[in-house]
Design a protein around this ligand. Sequence first.
Ligand code: PLP
Length: 448
Amino acid sequence: MNEFAPRHGRNQPSSMFFWPTADRPVAVRGEGIFIWDDEGRRYVDASCGPQTTNIGHNNRRVVEAMRAQMDDICFAFRSHFKNGPAETLADRLADLGQDKGLTRAFFCSGGSEAVEGAIKLARQYALAKGEGTRYKIISRLPSYHGSTLGALSLTGDPAMFAPFAPMMQIQPKIPAPFVVERPEGESEDAAALRFAQALEDEIINQGPSTVLAFIMEPIGGAATGGLIAPDVYYARVREICDRHGLLLIYDEVMCGSGRSGKYLCAEHWDANPDIIAMAKGLAAGYVPLGAVLARGDMVEAVYDAGGYAHGHTYSAGPLACAAGLAVMDVLMEDGLVANAARQGAKLKAALEGLMDEFPFIGEVRGRGLMLGFDVMADRKKRIPLPPELNAGSEIAQACYDRGLIIYSRRMLDGLRGDHFLVTPPLNVTDEEIGMIVDLLRQGLGDFA
Ligand code: PLP
């Protein structure tokens, strides 16, 4: 139990910046999938915060590994020293990325930083190859790639980037592949290929020699609630990138690190990305940690041309990497990636079952435990519920009131409706899935 009395109780003013915390309870303890507040109330965290606490709270093996590392050394600057945990974690990621040719890792402190690191590596590789005309990065709308200005210029959410537009160069966008919205008579694969073709059209529109890369979330997260395309999409996107000399970047900050039922989400398809951005589940909330996993030959070319001009104070810190390594051990030794695939299939089937009870559930999507659903006034015609109903926040709050945490978002001023992510830790049990589905049913019932 946390011995420290919180400085501010619930509903008391906070000196922090962020208004949404003002009326939230104070979290004092976590264990597995549960969080307790200062009044002893228990919450089932079926969200993992923002899809982060992938092995659950208070895992003793991770805590002990961190404690052992703290007893040795917490910080040693990467320009002055190597450190064991960072080297070992990089080796482990390189082993996992080997089949895809992704054998070099750079560490940072989170997802936005990983995306920044990825696009700066891409640009430096183009410069090393004598392709300095390439600088544009096409991304998808909607999408989320982070909140720092470089990552935000890729994020497909005008409400987020518009206020800062004069301060950066907003990058070109193509529609995210909502195949479910295809016209009658079009097959899923045909729709997926049509969405992929939008990439080629945009490359031509921009001028192929100016385009550096395409970035996408292989399974969509905050902006698209588990959006996954038919397999043909991934292969065709790779072909198009090759045809026009673009690098392909997968943003696996949310869907990676085992959540999709494979350690790298990219393992679901034969097509290989050139760079993967990772964070969140990498150290599963125990410390801030992100990574850029990249093709070895790219990194070598950049080094031959003078080195990777990028870095953060906390890059590859021993404590963060020791936590990341311990999280990786737990994932692998306890078989949690396979568990994510197995339990994800059960949870997805249960969510699909809820579609019979609640006609306003539009679509259940995703893979493994990277699952989401959206709500619609008309499921078939894909007409969103009226924005004034605030379905997203109402349903999420109804669940919260019943002690269940799910993640909700409204995109593009309600044009896309509201969606939810149901993303429990990868060690979720049958019993906990039952609990999540029961509480969700009650929360949806409160809204219906
Ligand atoms: N990329 C994706 C796909 C994300 O989901 C997020 C965060 O939600 C980010 C990047 C940014 O990560 P962070 O919030 O750690 O900066």
